[in-house]
Ligand binder design. Structure first.
Ligand SMILES: *Cc1c(COP(=O)(O)O)cnc(C)c1O
Length: 217
């Protein structure tokens, strides 16, 4: 694997789906990866990265941002409201807007500072009880509530159930986005990004296929 292979596969998937070259943004998910692996990917010119943990990102990215211009950092993990301020200082995009209390707090910060990150509403397409996200039946109302709070919603994000074919979940997310007039679709990971691109993904989140397996030990 590695970055070059992934880019080749993205281009092939874009072409197979009849999509424009470059239509899909690759978010390189660097959570838990050793610094030298991330630096190698930075050196090769990748600028969009994803992290899951605010504290971990805060320890790594301010320095890399200084050394490598044009970094865009995406928060793809669950976001606690008490970490929101720090997250807004660090991230250009939040993919895990998953509940009303977070939307309300976000709206207050955006009002105060005037700066709004790109926002993706996380939808629990598999309706899994242990998983974060808005239920599909509640998505239209939640999106409208966010917009009423003056939050600009870029798109939707999902993590399909691990034990199921992801394609129906990707199509379901695309359907919710389309009927709400949203263009962004954050879907697809190392094991299924080609299926996500076929279903219209605009942002794929790929970690281990670029960096190698994560060692949580
Ligand atoms: C870790 C993570 C990824 C990347 O997963 P890989 O299987 O390593 O590509 C993508 N999205 C989310 C939300 C993640 O937590």
């Amino acid at each position: 694997m590695g970055l070059t292979d992934i880019k080749t596969r993205i281009a092939a998937a874009e072409s197979a789906a009849g999509r424009q070259p470059g239509a899909v943004k690759l978010i390189a998910v660097s959570k838990v990866q050793p610094a030298e692996r991330v630096e190698a990917v930075l050196q090769s010119g990748q600028t969009i990265f994803g992290e899951n943990y605010v504290q971990e990102a805060a320890g790594k990215w301010p320095e890399w941002r200084q050394r490598f211009p044009g970094i865009e950092l995406h928060m793809i993990g669950p976001l606690q409201t008490n970490k929101l301020k720090l997250a807004l200082d660090l991230f250009d995009a939040i993919h895990t807007l998953d509940r009303p209390s977070l939307a309300q707090k976000l709206a207050r910060h955006v009002q105060k500072t005037g700066a709004c990150p790109q926002l993706f509403v996380q939808v629990n397409t598999g309706e899994e009880p242990q998983k974060a996200g808005i239920l599909p039946t509640d998505a239209d109302a939640f999106i409208a509530d966010c917009q009423a709070l003056d939050l600009t919603i870029t798109g939707l994000m999902c993590i399909p159930p691990e034990d199921q074919d992801p394609a129906p979940h990707f199509r379901s997310l695309a359907g919710i986005a389309a009927r709400n007039g949203l263009e962004g679709l954050s879907m697809g990971m190392s094991s299924d990004f080609e299926a996500a691109i076929a279903a219209g993904a605009t942002h794929i989140r790929v970690g281990s296929a670029i960096f190698g397996a994560r060692d949580y030990g």
